[in-house]
Design a protein around this ligand. Structure first.
Ligand code: CTP
Length: 394
C-alpha cells in the first residue's frame, strides 16, 4: 500500500535521536521507502551507519560530500519526498527554518521541498516553552508546516514537563495518515461505536462482555485516514485512541445510547461495532452487596437496543451493524439486517479461535441490504475496516 511512498527523515541532535530508529524501522515494515538526513550534531548521538542499516539507504550528512549521484542531492531528495519528517526536531532546526536559514543539507532540503513537512519537536521543557521557540512554531504553522505535540513526562535531563518525543507509534501513525492513498471520505462525518458496555450491579461489580474494541478503533482510524471527521463512542478502557478522532468514553448502554443519538442526526455513516449489553440488573444496589450464607439471585431486565432505534430514526445515514454469532451466521445476520433497517451488516463467527474477540484479525462477511455478500479472508481488523468502507463507497 505504501510501496511507492518515500519519507525523508531529518534527524537533528537531541537525546531522542535513538527513537527515530524505531520510527524508521516501523515505516520500513509498512513498505515505505525511507531516506535519512542527519545534522552534524545528530551524528554525535548515534552514528550514520546505524541509520543507514535501519533505513537501508545511504544517510546524508554533509552537503559538500562527493555527490553519489548526478542529481543535486538536496533538490532530488526534496522532490522525491512524499513527506518530510523532522524527528527529533530541536529548537535550533525549528528556529532556522522559521527564519529562512538554509545552511546545511537538512535545512536546504526542507526549504526546497513542496512535500508536507512534519516536525516532531523534542527538547528540554524550558526550551520548548521559551516564547522564541513558541513563536517560531506558530510562524511555521501559519506557513503550513505541521507539528506533532511533544509528550509530557520525565525528560532525559531530569526535569519534568513537556518536551518528550512521542512514542514512535504516534509519529508513525501521523506519517501513515498523511501517506494514506485513499481520501474518499473527505467532508463526511463518521460515527463509530466500539467495545463493550457495562451494566452495574453495585458500586464495585458489573456485567460486561469480552469485546476489546479493537475492531471499532480500526474502523475509526480507517475513516480518519480516508479524510472523514470521526466520532468514536467507546466502552473500551484500555485502547489508546489515535490522534484526530473525537473520543467519547462511555460505560453503560444508556450512556452509549445518549451519545450516539446526540451525534446521529449529523452523521453520514454510522458503524455500530460495539458489543452492547442487552440486559442490566433490575435493581442496582447503591451499597455494596454483602455475602450471606444463601445463593444470590440477580434479576435482569431488557436494556435499549440502540441500533434498532437508529434504524427507525434513519434518514440519509448509511447504517452499518455487526452481528456476532456462534451459529447460523448468515441467516441470523440477514435477520438483523432487515429487523434493524440496516444498509450493511458485518457478520462474524465468534467461535473461531484465531479471529474475533481480542484478536488482531477477523474473518467476516459483509452483507448489503441489496443482497450482495462479500466473504472476506482472514485478515487484520484494519483490512476489514478498509473493506467495510470500500463496500459502502462502491
Ligand atoms: N446492538 C445495539 N444495542 C443492543 C444490542 C446490539 O445497538 N442492545 C447493536 C450492536 O452494536 C451490533 C448489532 O446491534 O451492531 C448486533 O448486535 P448483536 O449482539 O450481535 O445482536 P443482538 O441484536 O443483540 O441480537 P442477539 O443477542 O439475539 O444476537
Amino acid at each position: 500500500m505504501y510501496e511507492d511512498k518515500c519519507v525523508v527523515i531529518g534527524v537533528t541532535g537531541g537525546i531522542a535521536v535513538y527513537k527515530a530508529l524505531d520510527v524508521i524501522s516501523a515505516l520500513r515494515k509498512k513498505g515505505v521507502k525511507t531516506k535519512v538526513i542527519m545534522t552534524e550534531s545528530a551524528t554525535k548521538f548515534v552514528t550514520p551507519l546505524t541509520f543507514q542499516s535501519i533505513s537501508q539507504n545511504m544517510v546524508i550528512t554533509d552537503m559538500f560530500a562527493e555527490p553519489k549521484a548526478w542529481k543535486i542531492q538536496h533538490i532530488s531528495l526534496a522532490q522525491e519526498a512524499d513527506i518530510m519528517l523532522i524527528a527529533p526536531a530541536t529548537a535550533n532546526v525549528i528556529g532556522k527554518v522559521a527564519n529562512g536559514i538554509a545552511d546545511d543539507m537538512l535545512t536546504t532540503t526542507i526549504m526546497a521541498t513542496k512535500a508536507k513537512v512534519i516536525f516532531s519537536p523534542a527538547m528540554n521543557t524550558n526550551m520548548y516553552e521559551n516564547p522564541i521557540v513558541q513563536e517560531n512554531i506558530e510562524k511555521l504553522k501559519r506557513f503550513g508546516y505541521e507539528f506533532i505535540e511533544p509528550d509530557s513526562g520525565r525528560l532525559a535531563c531530569g526535569d519534568i514537563g513537556k518536551g518528550k518525543l512521542p512514542k514512535p507509534e504516534v509519529i508513525v501513525d501521523e506519517v501513515l495518515k498523511n501517506l494514506y492513498p485513499k481520501k474518499d471520505l473527505v467532508g463526511k462525518k463518521v460515527l463509530v461505536t466500539a467495545g463493550p458496555t457495562k451494566a452495574p450491579i453495585d458500586p464495585v461489580r458489573y456485567i460486561t462482555n469480552r469485546s476489546t474494541g479493537k475492531m471499532g478503533y480500526a474502523i475509526a482510524t480507517e475513516a480518519r485516514d480516508r479524510g472523514a471527521e470521526v466520532t468514536l463512542v467507546s466502552g473500551a478502557d484500555f485502547l489508546e485512541c489515535p490522534k484526530g478522532i473525537e473520543l467519547i468514553n462511555v460505560q453503560t448502554n444508556s450512556e452509549m445510547r445518549e451519545e450516539v443519538l446526540k451525534h446521529y442526526k449529523n452523521s453520514d455513516i454510522v458503524i455500530k461495532s460495539a458489543a452492547v449489553a442487552d440486559y442490566k440488573p433490575k435493581n442496582y444496589s447503591k451499597e455494596k452487596i454483602k455475602k450471606t450464607g444463601d445463593d444470590l439471585k440477580l434479576e435482569l431486565e431488557r436494556d435499549n437496543d440502540i441500533l434498532l432505534e437508529l434504524g427507525k430514526l434513519k434518514k440519509n445515514q448509511i447504517l452499518v451493524g455487526f452481528a456476532a454469532e456462534s451459529n447460523s451466521l448468515l441467516e441470523n445476520a440477514n435477520k438483523k439486517l432487515k429487523n434493524k433497517n440496516l444498509d450493511f451488516i458485518v457478520a462474524n463467527d465468534i467461535t473461531s479461535k484465531e479471529t474475533g474477540f481480542g484478536s488482531d484479525n477477523n474473518k467476516v462477511f459483509i452483507i448489503s441490504k441489496n443482497g450482495k455478500v462479500d466473504e472476506l479472508d482472514t485478515m487484520s481488523k484494519r483490512d476489514v475496516a478498509r473493506s467495510i468502507f470500500d463496500n459502502i463507497l462502491e
